[in-house]
Design a protein. Structure first.
Lengths: 301, 192
């Protein structure tokens, strides 16, 4: 490399080769006199010429690879920032529509029905956290708050409604699918059941923190949303019960054919058993609560 | 470099409007490099001077009469010089053909003789010039454009109508050859 530089330096010495000064001057004069007849046709460079020239230069600069790369970078950075900002937006904010549109796109890009149902539940959760944020807000008027709650509850209902539809669809398709698929569907139904349960509880708790006037304004809406969530929970439970019945029949049939062989696939049976136990415990807890309440009413009397 | 391009573009704009002052500026700016470029391609100084003058006249005609967009004025000047040198050898070959069929090959011979004389020359500049002339034209013009006239690889590719990649490869070979020639010349000088 060093010797390359030395060679280059030696080549550069050839810069010393110059034309004769007298040739330089005489040729200049000769050339200028040669073009003299054309000078009459000379036109001045106008303002328009200059503006056109600078516009063209600007365009060329704009399409230079570095500039294009910078623009692409700025665009991608800007859009990722916008997506990020949209992620934290609340109803009534300009980017909220972007957030909803992004969620819809995500759903469209998901081919699996079960995954779609899970996504809808996730989105419903997001609506719930948005609802909590709106309820906690103090910087907006009651009218604005009502409008925002209205929007978020409607979106929540849409999400939950979609879950309901998907559960029905999964239930119908469930008839002709194999054991692994069945197990998967059951797991989803279980998740949905527990999540919707969680959803309407949170909704109920959050709405209790609203002012009396605010509560009156959004009460029917919230009641409707809670009802939808409960409906979804019921559908999920029904699906679970149906699957439990089918699976029990299958187990009995299997036991009849392969006697003495241990049931090695615990997934479905375990899931149903756990779910049934959980539901039973919850019901029992609920009834003991009811008994206590009745007792206290009686003693008060 | 950017301001240089802008200056050149503005010069071209004025040239298109047949501004003689712009032409004088163009001449002052590029006369020496164009002369040097031609100088290494032709056998005599007289030929180099004649062709240099013709390059500027042709450029004026091209810029004022043609409506075609000129992207790079400097590259255009070098291309013009290159084409005129080719025409020069063609016309010389035709003239010589009338007298002697073998005369068409005379130019390299003349150059070869001149080269031997130059290699033996005492001054560094003359020996360097001799070494440059010893190289094939393709390599010589690459070294000249890159290291003496300091054109970018892109501009050289534009002048020689080659790809940037091929310019880089050939430039590397040319530099290697020139280093070898310089080393062998140095050895010979020290032996003497």
């Amino acid at each position: 490399m060093g010797s390359d530089q030395a060679t280059v330096n030696r080549i550069k010495q050839l810069k010393a080769i110059q034309p004769r000064p007298e040739f330089k001057t005489s040729t200049r004069d000769f050339l200028l006199s040669s073009i003299a007849p054309q000078q009459e046709a000379q036109t001045k460079v106008s303002f328009i010429d200059y503006s056109l020239f600078f516009t063209r230069m600007f365009k060329q600069q704009l399409f230079e690879p570095v500039v294009v790369m910078l623009l692409v970078l700025a665009f991608s950075l800007g859009s990722s920032l916008a997506v990020n900002a949209a992620f934290y937006s609340l109803p009534g904010e300009p980017l909220y529509r972007v957030k909803i549109a992004l969620e819809k796109t995500q759903l469209q890009l998901t081919a699996n029905e079960s995954r779609q149902a899970e996504l809808e539940i996730e989105f419903a959760h997001k609506r719930l956290s948005e609802f909590n944020k709106i309820v906690a807000r103090t910087d907006v008027s009651s009218a604005e708050k009502k409008e925002q709650i209205d929007q978020v509850v409607r979106e929540f209902q849409k999400n939950v409604g979609a879950v309901q539809q998907r559960i029905t669809k999964i239930g119908t398709a469930d008839q002709n699918i194999n054991a692994t698929e069945k197990q998967k569907t059951l797991q989803i139904a279980l998740t949905i059941s527990s999540k919707t349960d969680e959803l309407f509880k949170t909704f109920d708790q959050s709405s209790s923190t609203l002012d009396a006037s605010e509560k009156v304004a959004v009460e029917s809406l919230i009641a409707e949303a809670v009802e939808t969530a409960q409906q979804v929970n019921l559908s999920a439970q029904e699906l679970l019960d149906e699957s439990a019945a089918t699976t029990t029949d299958e187990i009995i049939t299997e036991q009849g054919t392969v006697e003495g062989e241990a049931f090695e696939e615990p997934g479905v049976a375990d899931l149903i058993a756990t779910s049934t136990i959980e539901t039973f415990t919850e019901t029992q807890a609920g009834s003991s609560q009811d008994v206590e309440t009745t007792d206290s009413i009686v003693s008060e009397d | 470099m950017k301001s240089f391009h802008l200056k050149e573009k503005l010069l071209l704009l004025r040239l298109k409007k047949k501004d003689p002052e712009a032409f004088a500026q163009l001449y002052d700016l590029y006369m020496t490099p164009i002369y040097r470029f031609i100088y290494f391609k032709v056998p005599s100084q007289q030929d180099a001077e004649d062709l240099t003058s013709e390059v500027f006249l042709k450029t004026w005609q091209y810029a004022t009469q043609k409506d075609e967009e000129i992207e790079n004025l400097r590259a255009l000047l070098y291309r013009m010089a290159r084409n005129l040198v080719i025409d020069f050898y063609r016309s010389r070959a035709r003239q010589d053909w009338v007298n002697d069929e073998e005369a068409a090959l005379k130019i390299p011979d003349v150059r070869q003789q001149k080269l031997l004389a130059q290699i033996e020359a005492k001054t560094e500049l003359e020996s360097l010039e001799g070494i440059m002339r010893q190289m094939k034209d393709e390599y010589r013009e690459l070294l000249l454009l890159r290291y003496i006239e300091e054109l970018s690889i892109g501009e050289i590719a534009d002048v020689l109508q080659k790809t940037k990649g091929s310019v880089r490869v050939q430039l590397h070979r040319a530099l290697k050859l020139s280093r070898e020639l310089l080393e062998s010349h140095g050895k010979r000088s020290s032996d003497r």
